[in-house]
Design a protein around this ligand. Structure first.
Ligand SMILES: Cc1cc2nc3c(=O)[nH]c(=O)nc-3n(C[C@H](O)[C@H](O)[C@H](O)COP(=O)(O)OP(=O)(O)OC[C@H]3O[C@@H](n4cnc5c(N)ncnc54)[C@H](O)[C@@H]3O)c2cc1C
Length: 504
């Protein structure tokens, strides 16, 4: 990196996105930038965001963090997927696993063979019985995946569930240790260059102006720099994702510390259950057009499993994103850039993708139009794909019991999603993405879990002899069940694993 200019990077906001950005830039771009983060304890952080996707492991690894240490610090648990209850219809339950169906090998996806037998009237077990990750989750067990690709235990990944209020401070230690500077204070004014429109400095309440070349807006929903100062328009997706409020309330854990997050459908939305080592996080995400705040708080309080550890806390949001996440010399990361409700735990993933894209496209100066356009293209693609995946969960319901479910069942969905659903319904095919977050197994889990069973399947699935195919499915089913039975119970595994951090 020698010879390249070093940019003065100013990060506004010290929540999960601010400190993720600071730690990653400090670690991965040494010498390319100086980092100055401003945060206001009086304003505080959103304090939710506890369930993640497997990509987070790459982030933790690239920062050189020891996983056991990280889990111990953040009171983290492992996550093998998300359990969806009552979505297709009341009484349904399926797991969206972080893993494949079948052995995850071969040219033809496993669900085509499964569909072939089902359509021929063979009594095959539900699809999730053929997913090692689903069965581990259902059995409340956990172990690290095998590295030998021939083993069934290599067919899954995992993520973390952690305490949102412990994650950012953990990263802060790392970022400050690598030279990032922090200033406590409230930004009250954003100063811009009259000719270029670029941001030149932010002024704090005490009068000091902090100058920079590149500004990272991590100020949360307020979007202080990108939304307010630069007036970047917000694209509202409320008509497709009508949930616009949540009420959150942690409680004592009185049932299992599951290696998965639960998303349980409710009359006007859904409720999350995220088990951590020391408590369970809960929240009801709902559409204010279909219920009241009081009813939502009452419904959540009545539904949580253990004694509440705090009063219900209300949160408001809008589904959608800024038209551009990077405008002028300002890159918004996290809630300042946009928000898609937490049904598939995608916000921290989006933060991570934005940081990765910024590092890969890191400009040499505040004049950065080409880098900016490519960054925006990548981030838009991520948002659009996640949006479609989330809408699918709502739209593919058969529930008719409340106005909310009637609305989402009958609403018009984006053309991009309508085409995907049609392709799967007709032939069991999943629209292929070369990059992006949710790959085939995720879509298959949700389609089938919500009752969209394909009318056709890949013709190559007809090649094996039917009796042989049935036998090999039975064998696989038995092998998964037997292998899972050998795996430690999730909480025992965590206790042992985190003890390694204490011993180190
Ligand atoms: C109901 C709900 C549930 C969620 N669940 C999940 C989940 O399970 N998984 C997931 O990945 N994500 C989830 N999220 C999203 C997740 O919480 C956020 O993506 C994540 O916490 C990052 O937030 P942030 O850092 O962008 O904003 P914030 O945490 O709001 O931080 C904003 C920062 O900016 C500072 N700030 C603001 N204004 C000023 C100012 N004027 N001067 C100085 N500083 C200022 C604040 O002090 C704070 O430090 C959820 C969100 C909601 C609403």
């Amino acid at each position: 990196m020698a010879g390249r200019p070093s940019l003065r990077v100013v990060i506004v906001g010290g929540g999960t996105s601010g400190w993720m950005a600071a730690a990653a830039l400090a670690r991965l771009l040494p010498g390319r930038c100086s980092l100055h983060l401003i945060e206001s304890e009086a304003i505080g952080v959103i304090g939710v965001g506890e369930a993640t996707l497997p990509h987070i492991r790459g982030f933790v690894e690239r920062l050189g963090i020891r996983e056991a240490d990280f889990m111990a610090w953040t009171r983290g648990t492992f996550k093998l997927g998300i359990e969806f209850r009552d979505w297709g219809k009341i009484g349904d339950s399926y797991v969206h696993p972080f893993g494949t169906f079948g052995r995850g090998k071969g040219d033809v996806d496993f669900h085509h063979y499964w569909t072939r037998l089902r359509r021929a009237g063979v009594a095959v077990p539900p699809l999730e019985h053929f997913s090692y990750a689903c069965m581990l989750a259902r059995g409340n067990r956990f172990d690290l995946p095998a590295t030998d690709p021939d083993k069934l235990a290599s067919t899954y990944g995992y993520a973390y569930q952690f305490d949102a209020l412990l994650f950012a401070p953990y990263l802060r230690r790392i970022a400050e240790g690598l030279g990032a500077r922090r200033t406590e204070g409230k930004v009250v004014e954003v100063l811009r260059d009259g000719a270029s429109g670029n941001i030149t400095a932010v002024r704090l309440e005490d009068g000091q102006a902090i100058q920079g070349d590149l500004f990272i807006d991590c100020s949360g929903f307020r979007s202080l720099l990108l939304g307010e100062a630069l007036a970047e328009p917000f694209e509202d997706w409320n008509h497709w994702l009508p949930a616009d409020r949540a009420v959150a309330m942690p409680c004592r854990t009185e049932t299992a510390v599951t290696p998965y997050t639960s998303a349980i459908a409710m009359p006007a939305g859904w409720r999350w259950r995220i088990p951590l080592q020391h408590r369970t996080g809960n929240g009801y995400v709902y559409a204010s057009a279909f219920t009241t705040d009081e009813d939502a708080a009452r419904a959540l309080t009545g539904a949580v499993e253990g004694a509440p550890l705090a009063d219900p806390r209300p949160l408001r949001f809008r589904a959608g994103r800024r038209r551009r996440s990077w405008a002028h010399n300002c890159v918004a990361i996290g809630l300042a850039s946009g928000f898609l409700e937490p049904l598939e735990s995608t916000s921290i993933y989006l933060v991570q993708q934005a940081i990765t894209a910024l590092i890969e496209l890191f400009p040499d100066s505040a004049k950065c139009a080409i880098e900016r356009d490519e960054f925006n293209r990548l981030i838009d693609m991520e948002y659009d794909r996640i949006r479609d995946f989330l809408i699918l969960h709502y739209h593919a319901t058969t529930r008719t019991d409340t106005d909310f479910w009637n609305y989402v069942r009958t609403m018009t969905v984006p053309d991009s999603l309508a085409e995907k659903i049609e392709l799967f319904r007709r032939a069991g095919r999943v629209v292929k993405y070369r990059e992006g977050v949710f790959l085939d197994a995720s879509w298959i889990a949700v389609y089938i879990g919500q009752g969209i069973e394909p009318e056709g399947y890949d013709p190559r699935a007809d090649l094996p002899d039917a009796t042989m195919l049935t036998r090999s499915m039975q064998a696989l089913h038995g092998e998964i069940a037997a292998t899972v039975a050998q795996v430690p119970e999730h909480l025992h595994y965590i206790d042992r694993y985190c003890a390694m951090a204490a011993a180190a």
